[in-house]
Design a protein. Sequence first.
Length: 143
Amino acid sequence: MNFQRGRPKEEPEINLVPMIDVLLVILIFLVVSTTYSKFAELEITLPEATTQETDKSVEKPPAIDIAVTAMGEYTINQVPVKSASIEYLRDALRSAAQDQRDPLVIINADAKATHQSVITVMEAARLAGYNKITFTTEIKPGN
């Protein structure tokens, strides 16, 4: 005999509120107990420049001008360099320096020059034993 014929059958339901409460408590616990470690940052000390007039009587150190074009071509003191290898650039820097001791290497790189072409010049200067390297920039009109 079926005594429940007239009653509607109750569907079981899952109450999500206690589960959400438990998850929020776990989340709050994790947030509070987690220690955030600071990743090692690259510390860079940027050079500062002023626009004051320099004394004309001050002797300028010997300099070698290197231009890097957008296509990766090099010129040293306005003389085109035949090869882009580090060893050839090193030898060209040494011959451009002649008998100068630790000359200043000035890199004039095009804005569209590859990063690798500039690094190649810096590596060639390091191999030649020249530690004074600087870059030139242009000031935009109106700044």
